[in-house]
Design a protein. Sequence first.
Length: 179
Amino acid sequence: MVIMDKGRTCSRKKEQQDYTHLQELTDNIPYILMVLLGSLILLVGLDLKLVGIVLSVSYVIYGTLGAFWIIWFVCPYCNFYGTRSCPCGYGQFAVSFRSKQREEDFKGKFRKHIPVIVPLWIVPVIGGIVSLLFDLSVIVLVLMVLFILDSYIILPLVSKKYGCAHCPQKDTCPWMKVR
Ligand code: SF4
């Protein structure tokens, strides 16, 4: 699917390419790192107490389910569903769960479902700030810096410069928007 006005072409657009598994893995590393760092912030920030363990594990589950949420509710509407042209490999994965849906609905599905995963970027920051207000821990501070660096800078950069830079539907793809 090319979500562009008829007759318009992207000057930076390159031929659709197939990604290797190594490229797909590379594209997923910042997201995986974000989930791990976020869970560590919640765990260490709450002094490894039961509530911290519960929040930390819940965050990892949320991050995992969030990816599946996109795979289930968005990828079947994507042009790259079932192909090796999805930079993160979700498009191939989605085939195991749902059949191909109307590509015309992709934009609407994105708008509807993207808010579901946005809290992944926010929850650890709030948890870390609250923790630091009560106890200025160097470890939590370092984890916070790494989390912000990864999720707010590296992750969007990897998508924009590496995986999806020339994708014709980059303006509406969930990963491009939130990464
Ligand atoms: S490009 Fe985005 S929407 Fe399309 S299959 Fe990949 S992750 Fe899903």
